[in-house]
Design a protein around this ligand. Structure first.
Ligand code: NAD
Length: 300
């Protein structure tokens, strides 16, 4: 069983850390937010008072932080993980961040004698609680093999995508598909309404035809056809529009760095930007349907 220091005990990190502990690992949590630490301890977790204390005995460090700047600072900043952990410690970053930062931090880690994997996830807080996340992992084969049992304790589908940074590449490509497809489905329902086509009938046809996709069949952006979708609870967030915008911006920046053509990805970024700017940021991202319908989204 591994000794694990887990950084970032937020909506995703706390349940992931709990699942590692449930699998028998010795987990010490750390977060800059006192509230996050207390909630973790109240739920039975063990917390460290400082970053250095958390990593001192750890053979493995897992981070689940908001974005690239926090990841860079926690690993490479003064008094950060790379200067506090022992050589040979395996580092796993599960946050969703840009490929360039993921690769740069992994390269500095390698210079300090530590292997690092980028291992972002898909599946949301429900998947984190249930231990059914999808992990997309970039980094060396040996490091992946060591980490695989930990991914299995937190997830169901685990894919080694290739070299360092390819986990983050998979995450942003997947979420660009998701952002674009959600807008496409929302536009189709808006058009159906105006053509006098019943929403359920469009669902019955498209869920079994070539328009079929996750945004339609699992996360349908109109109330009714999929009772568990956020549209049925006033678009209360499972995955917020702000998170979607963050991921689309990562994809657009990567496209401009690499020269990839992403006209729909760019368009989706603009639409989610407007949606968030008009108060929709904390709404579920499928609330883009209501935005397209011209209704200002309710602040959640
Ligand atoms: P969150 O804001 O709930 O949690 C992040 C935690 O990191 C917070 O508790 C914060 O205090 C802590 N933190 C920030 N800086 C820190 C530091 N320097 N040291 C220690 N702790 C620090 O966010 P979340 O929803 O848990 O998301 C985490 C990551 O997972 C993000 O990159 C997000 O894009 C990704 N993600 C989220 C979801 C989702 O549905 N929430 C799904 C897939 C991926």
């Amino acid at each position: 069983m591994a000794r694990i220091a887990f950084f970032g005990l937020g909506n995703m990190g706390a349940p992931m850390a709990r699942n590692l502990a449930k699998a028998g690992h010795e987990v010490v949590g750390y977060d800059v937010s006192e509230k996050a630490v207390s909630a973790f301890v109240e739920a039975g977790g063990r917390a460290a008072g400082s970053l250095a204390e958390a990593v001192r005995e750890a053979g493995i460090v897992v981070t689940m932080l908001p974005a690239g700047p926090q990841v860079d600072a926690v690993y490479r900043g003064e008094g950060g993980i790379l200067s506090s952990a022992r050589q040979g410690t395996l580092l796993i970053d599960c946050s969703t961040i840009d490929v360039a930062t993921a690769r740069a931090v992994a390269a500095t880690a390698a210079e300090a004698g530590m292997a690092m994997l980028d291992a972002p996830v898909s599946g949301g807080t429900g998947g984190a609680e249930a231990g059914t996340l999808t992990f997309m992992v970039g980094g060396e084969k040996d490091a992946f093999a060591t980490a695989e049992p930990l991914f299995q304790a937190m997830g169901k589908t685990i894919v080694h995508c290739g070299a360092s940074g390819t986990g983050q590449a998979a995450k942003m490509c997947n979420n660009m598909i998701l952002g674009i497809s959600m807008i496409g489905v929302a536009e189709a329902f808006g058009l159906a309404d105006r053509l006098g086509l019943d929403r359920q009938k469009l669902f019955d046809v498209s869920s079994k035809s070539s328009g079929q996709c996750w945004s339609l069949t699992t996360y349908c952006p109109v109330p009714g056809p999929v009772p568990t979708s956020p549209a049925n609870r006033d678009y209360q967030a499972g995955f917020t529009a702000a998170m979607m915008l963050k991921d689309l911006k990562l994809a657009r920046a990567a496209a401009s760095e690499t020269g990839a053509a992403v006209p729909l990805g760019s368009g989706a970024t603009e639409l989610f930007n407007l949606f968030c700017a008009t108060g929709g940021g904390e709404t579920d991202f499928s609330g883009i349907f209501r935005f397209l319908e011209g209704q200002v989204p309710k602040q959640m």
